[in-house]
Ligand binder design. Structure first.
Ligand SMILES: NC(=O)c1ccc[n+]([C@@H]2O[C@H](COP(=O)([O-])OP(=O)(O)OC[C@H]3O[C@@H](n4cnc5c(N)ncnc54)[C@H](OP(=O)(O)O)[C@@H]3O)[C@@H](O)[C@H]2O)c1
Length: 359
């Protein structure tokens, strides 16, 4: 542990704990109550990034409650599999193969949805890819492609959704940001920048909607903490290590929050106590929170984790792996930890043996 970490750790923890208590007492995570779910039936939801992780989880949950789910991503075969499950669960799915970094694809997504279902109640801009590593080691092309997907893709989706919402007079746009929208994340510079821009976009659009008298249209930004999804398999990675992150959240918690906010729109939602504490901590003491977060990122993404070769992940082409809602990261980390403890025990026994043998 370096001097900086030692100096800031206790104070940061105290602040984050205080913020946590404040946040937890002030507002619970928005999540869909079973009663609310009745109002999902018959609604039309567009979900980008529906082939894995949070998007797939949201799509399945909505389908099980009778929604028309429009499934968008690049992996058509995987979307067809999600659609089959959605149909079996009682939903009415439509698959539209979409690359969100292509404005024409996103336009077609909106048109095909309206042609099939007549309206769009909720549009969820969820598709994104990460890029981990020191800023100067991540190729410029990868950083540009990340912005094409994570920011331009959200702008294309927001534009298409708001055109339809204004024509029909209502609608909810849910943009998936991240706790990184508020608190910069060292070694994920372009990703953090893209997510900060998504938050700023939502705030700006809400002002324009207010000023133009569109009372029944809301833009919500959801900001999760690190979540155990295939995101960590799909991310571009130039850190030299397999990513690990402490205290990852269960995807179901975020799925519930996304569905909750689609039914009870509000401008911003940090999901769960860790995201809430970081968000509040950053408002109260930005420098301390940034240093604390940076130190945690350095430890978890640069210093620990098994070695890994450089990869552009799913930035340019979708990857065949990682099609489930959960990413299995927590299980792998816990297996690594117990293997590490076993190795330590074995080494200690091995070291003790010659001493015993000499007696
Ligand atoms: N997991 C976390 O720790 C975490 C934390 C905070 C926020 N988030 C956010 O949560 C959202 C969902 O991510 P996830 O965790 O569920 O990861 P994920 O499992 O990797 O899901 C990402 C989805 O985006 C799609 N996608 C990627 N590039 C695309 C493109 N160019 N066009 C269309 N679809 C594309 C992927 O499908 P295809 O490859 O089939 O196109 C996939 O369905 C993202 O916005 C992410 O930034 C995640």
């Amino acid at each position: 542990m370096n001097t900086l970490t030692k100096r800031f750790m206790p104070i940061s923890l105290a602040i984050l704990l205080a913020c946590m208590v404040f946040q937890l007492s002030g507002c619970a995570t928005t999540s869909a109550h079973p009663r609310d779910r009745q109002s999902i039936a018959g609604k039309t939801y567009v979900i980008t990034g529906a082939s894995s992780g949070l998007g797939r989880g949201v799509a399945m949950e909505l389908a099980a409650n009778g929604a028309n789910v429009v499934l968008a991503a690049r992996r058509t075969a995987v979307l067809e599999e999600v659609a089959a499950q959605a149909r079996a669960a009682g939903g009415t799915p439509l698959v539209v193969t979409t690359d969100v970094s292509n404005a024409d694809d996103v336009q077609s997504l909106a048109q095909e949805t309206v042609a099939r279902f007549g309206r769009i109640d909720v549009w969820i801009n969820n598709a994104a890819v990460g890029a981990i590593g020191p800023f100067w080691d991540i190729p410029l092309d990868d950083q540009a492609k990340l912005i094409d997907i994570n920011l331009k893709g959200v702008i294309y989706g927001s534009h298409a959704a708001l055109h339809q919402f204004r024509a029909q007079g209502f609608g909810t746009l849910v943009n998936i940001g991240s706790v990184d929208s508020e608190v910069p994340h060292a070694y994920q510079a372009s990703y953090s920048a893209s997510k900060a821009a998504v938050l700023s976009l939502g705030r700006t659009l809400n002002e324009e909607l207010r000023l133009s008298g569109n009372k029944n249209i809301t833009v919500a930004t959801v900001m999760p903490w690190a979540v155990d999804t295939p995101f960590w398999t799909h991310t571009a990675n130039y850190s030299g290590r397999s990513p690990t992150f402490p205290l990852m959240d269960d995807p179901q918690k975020v799925v519930d929050a996304i569905i909750g906010i689609s039914l009870h729109p509000k401008e911003e939602l940090a999901v769960g106590w860790k995201a809430k504490a970081s968000y509040a901590g950053h408002h109260i003491m930005p420098d301390v929170t940034e240093r604390f977060t940076g130190n945690v990122a350095h430890k978890s993404e640069i210093e620990t984790g098994p070695p890994a070769p450089p990869t552009s992940g799913a930035l340019y082409e979708p990857m065949p792996s990682g099609t489930t809602v959960s990413g299995g990261m927590r299980e792998r980390s816990s297996n690594r930890a117990s293997q590490g403890r076993k190795n330590e025990r074995d080494t200690a026994q091995e070291n003790a043996r010659p001493a015993r043998d000499q007696q």
